[in-house]
Every structure is written in structure tokens, then in C-alpha cells.
Design a protein around this ligand. Sequence first.
Ligand SMILES: [Ca+2]
Ligand SMILES: [Ca+2]
Length: 342
Amino acid sequence: MKKALAMILTLTLIFCAFAIPVNAAEGPGIAEPMFKDKFDRDYPDVAEFFETGGSYYRELAYHYGSNGKPDWALVWADSGVYAEEYAADIMFGRLFFRTDQAYPFIFTYGVYNVAQDRFYDLRSIRDESLYPGMGRMLADMNIGHGGSFGADLRYAKQFLLSDDVFRNLEWEGEGSLIGYDVLYYHKTDGKTDWALVKGQTLMQLDWSAYAVLGDRVFTTDTGDIPFEFDYGVYDVPESVFVPLETAYAKGTFAGLEEALDELNLGSLIGDMDGDGRLTISDATIMQRCFAEFEEFRHDDRIEGINLLDSDSGVRYLSDVNRDGIRSIRDVTQLQRILSQFE
Ligand SMILES: [Ca+2]
Ligand SMILES: [Ca+2]
């Protein structure tokens, strides 16, 4: 359903793109693509995916140089290849883009640079000085979103972090960033002093690790760069990114644990049904598991290297009393915790 909606949205945007006049008064019309052959050579598998003749490539607008010929073109392509594991956001000027497409352009839109005879995805052409007028063109064509975010997002997002910060993250990560989200802003005296971010690259390490942060367990089996658990904290006064587990261990980011709870990141110890809260339902499930009427959730046993020494005894999500084993005592401890809530 999500993909279908995304497709409808994309088609709507494309329709809008055609409906709105753009700076293409001279030269071939947008119905006659100039660079499609080059595109097919560069991305032959996109054509194969749509071998039934579906529309997968459009040249939306041309930018003309002083010689009257196009020096670059804004293009759109849909490969049908989606990345299930991430949705990425960027700001281009004041425009916001969100996508789960993976190929050939992460944000569906790309640019063909005539002089270089090369396609770039929109994310990699963020320097508008190279493509003067690009921001205006996108805005005129109603591509992207003018800074208002969908009401379906659980957490309001703001892009207080500048593009420079974004680039820093990319460099520090030593890999091309495929996803970037600001999940949470923490304010002190009305000013943002840190932000919780999610950043993922294609660079991965082959390992399994976990960390217990307060009442929550974070696990990974990829060791994503730049952040082992995908999450990091941006320290505003220091202008640095800190991996989440390091930020937690430092203990200097006030409200971090509360933010993790609010966002329900990682897995809450004792939360057998995974709803992010401890309730009587969790105690019931745990009892049924010990009575062998039910099996513990597949990730109950925590695998991998402990990245922090904190609570190193915890090896099960069901280990509520944190003695390193799972037993009926954990049910008792959970019931004790629940009785405190009442
Ligand atoms: Ca629960
Ligand atoms: Ca236990």
C-alpha cells in the first residue's frame, strides 16, 4: 500500500511537472528526451525492469547555457528498486525530499550534466552554485515539499542542522550516506543543545554487538558506519556527532534516556509484546513462556559483543531482574515494577 501511495504521489508530481510551464521554451520539448540513450547505457537494468514498456525515465526540464544549448537537465527515473530498510530525507535549499527508492537516483530525481556526460542523483548535487536555478526549478515544478511535513509522521521534524553538518556526517562516516533523519531535538532554555539522529551508509562491518542503555537493549549485526546502532547524537555546542552508546556512556546529554523511551528505540527489557511499554500483558506472556505454553520472542536472547560494560549480565530481554538468567523471578520482578505504576 505504501508503495502504491508513493507511486501515486510520484505520478501526481510528474503530472504537476508537466502541467507547470518550465524554462523549456527553446530546444526540444520535454516529450522528446535528449539523453535517454545515455541513460539506457548507464543504467541498462532499469530498462530491463520495465521491459514491458513502462515509463521509467523522463526529462523534466532543461537549463540552457549562454550558447543556447542545454548545459544540464533535470531528470526523473523509477527503477522499481526500493530500499525497505530506510527512508531518506534531504533538504535541497528549502525543499524537503523523502524517498524509499534506492536506484538509480535515491530521490527519484537526478540531473544530467552535459559537459561531463554524466548523471548524478539529486543528493549528490546539493551545491546549487554548480546548478544555478535548480532550487527555483524544483520549486516551480512543485517537486519536493516546501518544509511542511506529513501529519502521519509521529514526530515533528525540523531541519535545524545545516547542510554543512550533514556533509560532516558523510565525511566522518567514510561512506556515502543513504539515509539521514533527525529524530529528536533536545532544548535547554529554548535552544537546541543536542539532537538525536539516525544515519546509515552502505559501509558495514560483519559483526554482532549489543549495548544496554538504561532499560533498553540495542543490537546490531552489521555494525553500520557511521553509527553502530544507526543512531547518534549531534552535540550542538561541540559540533560533533557521537555514536549513541558513546553518548549514553558519557552521561552528559540530559534527557537522552527519556528521548529513547519516547521514540521507543531499541528493545525495552521485559517488553515481551514489543509495544514499548511494560504492562500486565508482558507478565502474562512471560509466565506462559516459562510454563512452555508459548515461546520467548525470537530476539529474547541477546547475541553479540557487549559494546559497553554496563549491565553486562543481561543476556535476555526477559531478564527483568538482570541476574543474567531468565527465570520465574523475572516475572515476580516485573509484577513488582507494575505494582509501582498503579
Ligand atoms: Ca509490553
Ligand atoms: Ca533474571
